[in-house]
Design a protein around this ligand. Structure first.
Ligand code: FES
Length: 108
């Protein structure tokens, strides 16, 4: 049982290469974890257009976005906002905590 504010480990920093995205299911959350350079971003993995894994899409490093592989909507990794159609609704953004080599998500 997890409570708001708990931290759950997602992976080690080295598990993801820069520019890589990975779906991680933890504590009832379905997260797309994305690494850009040495920064990590976590958004809801479920595309808001249809139920499709955003982690399967392409990471747009310069724009700090990820492109849904299904119909091509892009989402801002900082805000979760859709940047192009057909998606019109945002996806959740999760707070991360980095400690040593470990990457944690803070349970909302
Ligand atoms: S399912 Fe993601 S854009 Fe349609």
């Amino acid at each position: 049982m997890t409570e708001s504010g708990d931290r759950l480990k997602l992976c080690d920093r080295d598990d993801l290469a820069p520019g890589e995205a990975r779906r991680i299911d933890v504590g009832g959350l379905r997260i797309a974890l994305v690494r850009i350079g040495d920064e990590f971003h976590a958004i809801g993995d479920r595309c808001s257009h249809e139920d499709f894994s955003l982690a399967d899409g392409e990471v747009l490093t310069a724009e700090c976005e990820i492109e849904c592989a299904r119909h091509g909507s892009t989402f801002d990794l900082r805000s979760g906002a859709p940047c192009s159609f057909p998606a019109t609704k945002p996806v959740p953004v999760y707070t991360l905590a980095l400690e040593g080599n470990a990457v944690y998500v803070v349970v909302p």
